[in-house]
Ligand binder design. Structure first.
Ligand code: ZN
Length: 167
């Protein structure tokens, strides 16, 4: 089993809501600006109010978007160079939790729905970051590592280590 799959498996324990999804995890060649990314497919289909059509003869059609239950998380392959492995695990798991949170929020569906840039939702809200931090501490606890109170410090540390390898 690859380390990403193994670490993703651990991360998924704090996201029980996502158990119904198939989620793959791999290292991949990504832009130096990206630590990781999530790929999910949002399919658009035409929905109809069936009862209304059959009883009232009115075809109330609308366009809907739904997600497929399959996702892929890619982690920047340059992060593989982080040593020692215990430190690499902390950085990669933080990236994985971030992407799992996007899946939890179904952000790929949200972006498929926002046709115009102006309407585009801001994904990385404070609440989003705080939730990742909470999950991160939960995982650390299972690993016997001390809790880190401040989310901002974790961000600084992860980015500081990652930036050494992302070029
Ligand atoms: Zn993100």
């Amino acid at each position: 089993m690859s380390e990403v799959i193994e670490w993703l498996f651990e991360c998924r324990k704090v996201f029980p809501k996502l158990d119904k999804f198939a989620i793959e995890g791999t290292y991949a060649s990504l832009s130096y600006k990206l630590l990781g990314r999530m790929k999910g497919t949002a399919v658009s289909f035409t929905d109809i109010d069936a009862a209304r059509l059959l009883l009232e003869g009115i075809a109330d059609k609308k366009r809907s978007i739904k997600s497929e239950n399959k996702f892929q998380i890619e982690v920047n392959q340059n992060l593989q160079k982080i040593e020692p492995p215990e430190l690499r695990k902390q950085v990669v798991q933080h990236v994985l939790l971030h992407e799992l949170m996007h899946i939890d929020y179904q952000d790929h569906v949200v972006s498929a729905k926002s046709y115009s840039r102006r309407k585009r939702k801001k994904f990385h809200t404070k609440e989003f970051e705080e939730k990742i931090h909470e999950k991160y501490n939960q995982i650390r606890k299972t690993q016997g590592l001390p809790e880190i109170p401040d989310a901002e410090n974790v961000h600084l540390a992860v980015n500081k280590i990652a930036s050494k390898f992302l070029k």
